[in-house]
Design a protein around this ligand. Sequence first.
Ligand code: SF4
Ligand code: SF4
Length: 172
Amino acid sequence: MQLSNRTKKIEPKPLNFWERMYLPVIFQGLNITIKHLFKKKATIRYPEVKRELSPVFRGLHILKRDAQGRERCTACGLCALACPAEAISMLSAERTKEEKHLYREEKYAAVYEVNMLRCIFCGLCEEACPKAAIYLQKDKFAPAFFGREEVIYGKDRLVESVTNRAKVGLDQ
Ligand code: SF4
Ligand code: SF4
């Protein structure tokens, strides 16, 4: 059924002799392919080869620790407020006496999550943070993922590792 009478019936144009031969267009296509063989490739053999990143590149988030290895984040929520993509969510908790060696402030983020599907890596969370706790790393990408549940980055993947820091009893 026609919704309007603007339909235009187009009669196919008959092919001329050269078009019926198909060879000229095949050679034209081959010519383009061969020309690209000698051009600088736009692709690289990642991950063996890495691209040089811009000095202002913003990559994967990291929640930093202080010099004593304690988590800097105090769950103030300013990063979540600043985030234009509403990618950050958190739950705060009160630090106990026994946890003084784990968290720098009296309040800390018991849950801190970044939704990498929403994040646009603008860096506003980093700028908003009064505790110098969240940074966007200059050399790490958010890796590819195969399921939506993999894109929510929790503290297990965001908090800076303690490998090279003074042990602060985190294993206790
Ligand atoms: S980088 Fe930008 S979009 Fe991503 S979490 Fe931070 S503020 Fe939100
Ligand atoms: S990362 Fe910074 S801005 Fe965000 S909740 Fe923690 S202390 Fe506040």
